[in-house]
Design a binder for this molecule. Structure first.
Ligand code: PLP
Length: 439
């Protein structure tokens, strides 16, 4: 552990319960806390791309959540980033967990979490998964179709079911309604079937779509949830749970929280006996992770002969191609699956962390390491002209839907994570981590 020799002081973040409570293997340290970056022969691999995760950023997002949405219990969406330290931190902070599969449920239970802090929020589950969740005591689960009800009746008759309704997701980055959610007109028949099968439906859930920048979508969804709630009453149920799903964005969180609170006040004015939960994912982790990647190759126009003028470069078309050691098949799968456009900044140049602000810029493109031409990270970006092989680029907001869906295509390993606590994984922290790697 290279970094630990520099950062032995264990720190406590004000208000943060000791992370190692019940989890003796986790210690927050100031600066880098884990830097096991060894290659196959046990040597430090100083060239490998790596994430820097700032756990205090996750903590701050939780504090912000509690302040702005005090009535809504967050059930973190594990799929977004199942990083073990993030999960442990959130477990210590008392959140619940939204799991999509058996494996996620296992991972959360292994943290010592009580099964009643888990919602199995996948409306279309394999029968074997429903059976295992029954065994594990995970009762809360969503559904949006009658086949699911039959499976649950057979394998987990004691389940506490939550009907997931379809809401307007047209303004969100990822439209989950294309795949999930019962249209309101189908809800009465679904609930009648649930009653016939003697199943317990305890409430309503929705998801406005992942990456929802339009806060009014939450208000509209709460209105629809109210209609479904009343349909529950008609069917003879006494719902007790409202699940407002995920979709929360860091940049619009204040507005979304205000709009959501107002809608809940309007449509659920009497709610002493109603439990309200949410399934935030990216809100908690997106900005907590940065990625540092090494320039492993470059294709540039030939340098001008001594005394000659540099050939005209078109500022609109990339003249330099940089190849870095993480790409679309790795962390940057978020470009394909999560509709992101990560933009790099220069972490180190010519072996120095001092990047002259006066350096002339060149239109450049940035590519991943695999042999596939689809593996393009940035088709067009302005980067300093003197950037070369061995220099480092970094990318912010890389915590959501990145590591979790990264593959090892072409034999490239998934980039490791270095953990810090501080002011966020900005250039200072990422350089600090890089310096630690390079000894
Ligand atoms: N809940 C469910 C059922 C989801 O499918 C997702 C994301 O796909 C989430 C929660 C998390 O959404 P977000 O990361 O936008 O908060």
């Amino acid at each position: 552990k290279i970094a630990d020799r520099h950062y032995e002081d264990e720190v406590s973040i004000p208000g943060l319960p000791p992370l190692h409570k019940g989890h003796p293997d986790v210690h927050l340290r100031q600066g880098v806390i884990n830097s096991l970056h060894l290659n196959a022969s046990g040597e430090v691999d100083a060239e490998k791309a790596f994430f820097v995760a700032d756990l205090s950023s996750v903590y701050r997002q939780h504090e912000r959540w509690k302040k702005l949405l005090p009535e809504i219990e967050p059930f973190y969406a594990v799929k977004c980033n199942p990083d073990p330290y993030v999960l442990r931190l959130l477990a210590a902070l008392g959140t619940g967990f939204d799991c999509a599969s058996n494996r996620e449920i296992q991972q959360v239970l292994e943290l010592g979490i009580n099964p009643d802090r888990i919602i199995f929020a996948n409306p279309c589950k394999a029968t074997s998964f429903i059976r295992s969740s029954a065994k594990a005591g995970v009762d809360m689960m969503t559904f949006d179709n009658t086949d699911e009800l039959h499976k649950v009746a057979r394998t987990h008759p004691g389940a506490k079911l939550v009907v997931r309704i379809l809401t307007d997701d047209s303004k969100s980055l990822c439209r989950l309604g294309l795949k999930y959610g019962a249209p309101l007109v189908t809800v009465p028949a679904l609930l009648a079937k649930a009653r016939e099968l003697k199943l317990d439906v305890v409430g309503v859930s929705f998801h406005v779509g992942s990456g929802c920048y339009d806060s009014s979508a939450f208000a509209d969804a709460v209105m629809r949830a109210r209609t479904a709630w009343d349909m529950g009453k008609e069917a003879g149920y006494d719902f007790k749970l409202l699940d407002v799903g995920g979709g929360f964005e860091d940049a619009t969180f204040e507005n979304t929280a205000a709009v959501l609170t107002e809608a809940i006040d309007q449509y659920f004015p009497q709610r002493e006996n109603i439990r309200i939960i949410a399934e935030p994912g990216r809100y908690y982790v997106s900005k907590a992770f940065s990625l540092a990647a090494n320039i492993i190759a470059r294709r540039a126009p030939p340098a001008p002969e001594h005394g000659a003028q540099e050939a005209d470069v078109d500022p609109e078309h990339p003249s330099v191609m940089y190849y870095i050691n993480d790409g679309v098949y790795g962390a940057f799968n978020c470009i394909l699956f999560d509709h992101q456009s990560p933009q790099p900044y220069v972490l180190s140049m010519n072996g120095s962390f001092h990047v002259p602000s006066s350096a002339p810029l060149r239109a450049s493109s940035v590519w991943g390491p695999t042999c596939d031409s689809m593996d393009c990270v940035c088709p067009m970006v302005q980067l300093p002209a003197g950037l070369q092989v061995g220099d480092w680029l970094a990318f912010e907001n890389m915590g959501a839907y990145t590591i979790c869906a990264a593959s090892q295509f072409n034999g490239f390993e998934v980039s490791r994570v270095v953990y810090t606590t501080g002011a966020g994984p900005g250039a200072v922290e990422v350089r600090e981590a890089l310096r630690a790697f390079q000894g």
